[in-house]
Design a protein around this ligand. Structure first.
Ligand SMILES: [Fe+2]
Length: 413
């Protein structure tokens, strides 16, 4: 009798569970399943800088297989009006096999606005991500020295710490030598993984370094992989597009110069001369309050601080064009000069900043150049910089990965 009671209660419970289960199955099928396509898996989803961040933004990502119907949908944050732009597919061979990539540049955006976008293919789509346009006023940007690493977790930690310290950063610059070997795709995967906390949210503005121009055999290499992975502005000199380019953000004009004269001499023997001419015109055409030039290699010799071949070619243009700050990289140490012009420190002119390192590669033998008023070889931990600018003030703050202050510099006009 007792067992019968137990059995009947258990049986009743089982029947109820089956009925509930069937109900949930049909409810989900009717109200959820049909409306929810499979989640679209993007790899290396990234925003890339454009010439005018007030109205445009490039979105790129990789996919596991070729896709003919990839797109980006976007809307003003919280808005109902969704717009759609078709992406352009590309496939290319790497040492890790064929890579499938999508790219689309959104145009006609409203300045000073927060958008949401998602990538998709067919009826599948990713999560929404935010995208903010330039309002033309005050902003901040993060700047990272060489991220090439044996362990790209170090780059990830630096990038994450910097973004956590400045969640309002509008974009980030990587000063070149993003990876140790520019032709090895697994390193690019590691680099993208390291920046995955930033790239879907804010655009990257990269610069090519010498390590982007090394082949798998450590021979000079044209840097095709770097140039393919970032659809950068095409406003550089003819034949050198994306290697050199320029863009505006807020009150600042940024110009990027390719300094790989050694690695590229077989293909581009006149690399520097062509860029010098372009740079002078580019800077003259800008009416922005501040002018910033970005180079991977320093314009000065390490030994004595005198201009090297690059410096001899570029310094006259920088002086004539009243460039405010030149950032360089390559030596993995931080250094800042006082402003100087025509070789004279007279309280005005251009400030030269060696940006340090965001990865794990250090150079213990580096020494301060005579003209550097602040120097730190950042052996203890990586560093990053934060640039803030408005119409009257430009500030560069250099911090170590843990947030410890190295240096801060403010220019006013
Ligand atoms: Fe370098």
């Amino acid at each position: 009798m007792r067992w019968n009671k137990v059995f009947s209660k258990t049986g009743l419970l089982a029947v109820m569970l089956v009925v509930i289960g069937i109900g949930i199955f049909f409810y989900e099928r009717q109200y959820c399943g049909a409306e929810q396509p499979a989640r679209y898996e993007t790899q290396q989803l990234r925003q890339v800088i454009t010439v005018d961040s007030k109205t445009s933004r490039t979105i790129m990502w990789q996919t596991a297989a070729p896709e003919s119907d990839a797109w980006v949908e976007y809307r003003l944050q919280g808005g109902q009006d969704i717009q759609k732009a078709a992406a352009q597919g590309k496939e290319f061979a790497t040492d890790s096999g064929t890579v499938y990539q999508q790219s689309v540049t959104l145009t006609g955006l409203e300045p000073a606005s927060v958008y949401e976008y998602r990538a998709g293919s067919g009826k599948e789509f990713s999560d929404w991500h935010t995208l903010q346009t330039d309002g033309g006023g005050a902003f901040s940007a993060l700047i990272f020295g060489d991220s090439q690493s044996l362990d790209y977790n170090v780059w990830r930690q630096t990038a994450s710490a910097a973004y956590a310290n400045d969640k309002a950063a509008a974009f980030f610059i990587n000063m070149g030598d993003l990876v140790d070997n520019g032709e090895q795709y697994s390193q690019w995967r590691s680099w993208f993984r390291g920046a995955a906390g930033l790239l879907p949210q804010i655009p990257v503005a990269p610069i090519s370094g010498n390590h982007e121009n090394y082949s798998l055999q450590w021979k000079p290499y044209k840097g095709d992989l770097y140039l393919t992975l970032f659809d950068l502005p095409l406003n550089g000199p003819e034949g050198l597009q994306k290697q050199a380019y320029s863009y505006d953000y807020g009150e600042v004009h940024f110009a990027v110069i390719d300094t790989q004269l050694e690695e590229l001499k077989d293909w581009q023997p006149d690399l520097v001369a062509r860029q010098v001419k372009w740079l002078e015109n580019d800077l003259a055409d800008s009416n922005k309050k501040w002018k910033v030039v970005l180079v991977h290699r320093s314009l000065f010799r390490y030994q004595d601080g005198k201009p090297n071949e690059l410096g001899a070619a570029l310094l006259p243009v920088l002086d004539r064009s009243n460039v405010d700050v030149v950032f360089s990289a390559h030596i993995h140490t931080y250094g800042r000069t006082a402003p100087f012009k025509n070789g004279n420190v007279a309280g005005q002119g251009t400030v030269y900043i060696s940006s340090g390192r965001s990865g794990d590669k250090t150079w213990a033998g580096s020494r301060a150049k005579p003209q550097e008023v602040v120097f730190d070889n950042v052996l203890d931990q990586p560093n990053y910089m934060k640039l803030t600018a408005d119409s009257h003030k430009l500030t560069v703050t250099s911090l170590k990965q843990d947030g410890k202050l190295i240096d801060t510099m403010t220019l006013t006009k």
